[in-house]
Ligand binder design. Sequence first.
Ligand code: AMP
Length: 216
Amino acid sequence: MNVVLLGPPGAGKGTQAQVLSTYFNIPHISTGDMLRGAVKEGSEVGRLAKSYMDRGELVPDEVVVNIVKERIAKSDASGGFMLDGFPRNDKQADKLDEALDTDGKKIDVVLYFKTSPETSIDRLSGRRVCAKCGANFHVKNMPPKKDGICDYCGGKLYQRDDDKIDTIKRRLVVYEKETASLIEYYKNKNILSEVSGDLDVDHLFIELKKLLAKPK
Ligand code: AMP
């Protein structure tokens, strides 16, 4: 099962992908996580990506498309994958279809997290991420047991630079301008399933499980 998670920043895609990928035993492929990994490593891709990411803009398509093509070609993704944060525009969606088509594959379902701007802003501004394992927390909605410390690995929690309010606003504008058109793109292919991203973590998970269990 090849799945795309679509929705604005702060819709809960990353949090749900973490649990869904374990539940369905398919890898969670997040372009944001891979780019942040490249920034941390200080690789050429990372240096290029950082300036875009810090401003809340999209990293150039060629860079991201190549990263995704390499990742989905790995053996652990042969039985399916869950894409989070990709595609972000029509061109990336076309390139993804092309790459899958070459291997006789396709996207089976697109889960669209319809989310209000208020929810997005609240989630992103309160999000804290583990510097070691990448797990997500939220200061109000999903606080760690011990302040500032990851429940899973004991790593330190930090606030992403692009989760500061000005960059959040920019990311939401970029989503509307570049990404929201993908809702129509996948609706036209008859593979879009909508869910409310405003639901809390547990209810959203229940809804998503139901949608993924349903044959298309
Ligand atoms: P995310 O973690 O998905 O919110 O992504 C964080 C940042 O990484 C975005 O604001 C972009 O700068 C960059 N990014 C992630 N995925 C993509 C993509 N598919 N295309 C272009 N830029 C991306």
